[in-house]
Design a protein. Structure first.
Length: 306
């Protein structure tokens, strides 16, 4: 019976794999990103029930997707978290391969990377595969990883039911992968050394995420300050335009009023308009005077300029 099982499809989970479309994955990440500023996100992660909420929201926007909170969304979220953790590990300790932040993917020596990925379930597909939503995933989970080393909240109970990849033996040359055996000539690794090394890696990741969180906070504050400065400039510009329009209107009224006064020549009207129109305070004073005083005021301005 065991031989018959090995000849077929190797899988560690009796659950069909769900192939997500690019549209579905983008919508899921956008919903998680939007939750950052809502009551669904707390210090320790997401609140219980958030997967059901995402299921309903996705059903509204993609009615035919038929994605369920469990197992589809829950499994996809776990895979994304795991891949993000691998990328952060690569950024810290990658040797012979690394993360290209411009292309948003793992690059370098494929053979070395695959050797590294053997001990990390689900890491192999990351090689040379762009993670276009990387920046959003960092913002979604950076704070959680920085605080606890694991991206898990009260709504995310521990579960080994992560999305598993089904492997068809025909696709790997009809050979069933053989378990690796340890070379008897090699020295066993001390368990305490493993614990210390793992603890050290977690400390590095924690420090890195704290730094990322601080950087993001600084960028957000800088953006707020920039927005406030732009608003001040906009208000000042609008005010300047209003003042200019009001002054132009007053000068027009000044010319019309001077044209109706007797005792002023055409040349005096033009000159008085130019002289009085240069000073808004003089224009305001001019408009308050009786007509005979307006003539005297205009003549004095002309005389003072000569």
């Amino acid at each position: 019976n065991n031989d018959k099982k090995n000849e077929g499809i190797i899988t560690t989970k009796k659950r069909d794999r769900r192939i997500w479309s690019a549209e579905e994955e983008t919508l899921l990440i956008d919903l998680l990103y939007e939750m950052n500023g809502t009551g669904w996100k707390v210090d320790t992660g997401h609140k219980s029930g958030y997967l059901t909420y995402i299921e309903k929201e996705m059903a509204k926007k993609l009615p035919n997707c038929n994605l369920k909170a469990d197992p589809h969304i829950k499994s996809k979220v776990k895979v994304m978290k795991k891949q993000l953790t691998y990328i952060l590990e690569i950024q810290q300790n990658g040797s012979g391969f690394g993360w290209d932040d411009e292309q948003k993917m793992v690059t370098g020596d494929k053979e070395i990377f695959m050797g590294w990925a053997k001990s990390r379930d689900g890491a192999a597909p990351l090689f040379m595969k762009p993670m276009i939503h990387y920046d959003k995933l960092v913002e979604i989970y950076a704070n959680d990883l920085a605080k606890g080393g694991k991206v898990k909240g009260p709504g995310e109970q521990s579960d080994s039911g992560e999305e598993q990849f089904t492997i068809n033996t025909n696709e790997v040359g009809g050979q069933v992968p053989k378990p690796q055996t340890q070379d008897p000539n090699t020295t066993p690794i001390n368990s305490q050394q493993c614990v210390k090394r793992k603890s050290h890696d977690v400390d590095i990741l924690e420090r890195e995420f704290i730094q990322i969180s601080k950087t993001l906070s600084s960028l957000i504050e800088a953006e707020k300050d920039s927005a406030m400065a732009m608003n001040d400039i906009k208000r000042a510009f609008v005010h300047e335009v209003d003042v200019h329009e009001q002054t132009t209107e007053k000068r027009k009224q000044l010319f019309q009023l001077l044209s109706t006064l007797s005792g002023l020549t055409t040349e005096q009207i033009v000159k008085a308009t130019r002289l009085i129109g240069q000073d808004t305070a003089k224009m305001d004073l001019f408009f308050t005077m009786p007509d005979d005083f307006k003539v005297i005021f205009a003549q004095q301005e002309i005389s003072g300029a000569n």
